[in-house]
Design a protein around this ligand. Structure first.
Ligand SMILES: [Zn+2]
Length: 324
């Protein structure tokens, strides 16, 4: 009897110890299988796009390198949105910056892509006011301006990008997340295929939050950025970002994460980015795309909604980054 009682005691203590040890492991580290069965012709459950804004010379260069390296190491594509001027001057004169970014793109085909991020990245006094997006009163740099002026800015920005980065951008990220129909016409006229603004902006201006097309330009609204408060640069809780991705994933939608490399300015904040990327990667059937490839594949019919997910055919010789 005593032996049986002590055996029960030992088992009880062991179970309790196991529970205690388990409770100290963060949920994010426990492998879990999201085995949603894909139906129909779907290849992927969700398509994920990471956009990294505000690339410019002399602005947190080390952080820029660290964030790029993280995406390269994780083999997750990132589209870097580059501001083509600093204090009104072309960045093409910054030779070492241009060389570094050009080499990085060439060394990482399909992983590192450059997008045009405004022209001066300054609010325009004549620009359209924000309709929501927090309590900011910042006006748009493009939206609300005459069409000809918008087109000039796009053309000049494109030329500078080509001089500096030896690539012609075909995606546009408007500063402060806002644009208008004239921006889209100007983009179409300048051979851009994709515009990536704020989800709150497309919702208020177009009544849509999922990707859509107007004037043969693909709109790709952002779902959620890391920064919750631009006054303090405070981040959202990690769980908030995860929930937003989880929502997109379970409903088979596109997920666009907008981030700003210079906000990952402590080990803790950098680790939050790393752990979010790894969290997404632990999900089955996720396809990672750049902005341009999303626009091209949508327009070419290589990316289509299928079953409860997405069907995708890469262009010839194009590397595919996914979790299949
Ligand atoms: Zn910006």
């Amino acid at each position: 009897m005593d032996e049986r009682r002590s055996a029960v005691f030992v088992i009880g203590v062991s179970l309790l110890t196991l529970l205690l040890v388990l409770s100290t492991i963060p949920m994010s580290l426990i492998p879990h299988n999201h085995s949603y069965e894909l139906t129909g012709d779907a290849d992927y459950r969700s398509v994920v796009i990471f956009r990294n804004d505000d690339i410019e010379p002399g602005h947190s260069d080390e952080l820029r390198r660290s964030v790029d390296q993280l995406f390269i190491d994780e083999e997750v594509p990132v589209t870097n949105a580059v501001i083509p001027t600093t204090d009104g001057e072309s960045i093409a004169t910054e030779e070492s910056f241009c060389r570094e970014l050009t080499a990085q793109r060439r060394a990482n085909p399909g992983l590192i892509e450059y997008s045009l991020h405004g022209y001066r990245h300054e609010p325009n006094a004549d620009g359209a006011p924000r309709t929501n997006g927090g309590n900011s009163t910042v006006r748009s740099e493009f939206g609300g301006l005459p069409a000809a002026e918008q087109r000039d800015r796009l053309r000049n920005g494109t030329r500078i990008m080509a001089d500096c980065l030896e690539t012609t951008p075909r995606s546009f990220v408007p500063p402060y997340a806002t644009y208008d129909n004239a921006t889209v016409s100007a983009l179409a006229a300048e051979n851009f295929t994709t515009v990536a603004g704020g989800g709150w902006f497309t919702e208020s201006y177009y009544g849509r939050t999922e990707p859509f097309e107007t004037d043969s330009v693909v709109h790709l609204p952002e779902d959620q950025g890391f920064v919750k408060n631009w006054e303090t640069n405070a981040f959202h809780e990690p769980q908030t970002l995860r929930n937003q991705f989880e929502d997109a994933y379970t409903s088979g939608e596109i997920y666009v994460q907008g981030l700003h490399y210079w906000t990952f300015d402590s080990d803790r904040r950098f680790e939050q980015l790393e752990s979010f990327i790894r969290y997404v990667k632990r999900h089955d059937d996720v396809l990672f795309l750049t902005l341009e490839e999303f626009g091209d594949a949508s327009r070419d019919g290589r990316l289509t909604e299928a079953g409860n997910g997405w069907s995708y055919t890469p262009a010839d010789d194009q590397p595919v980054y996914d979790t299949n």
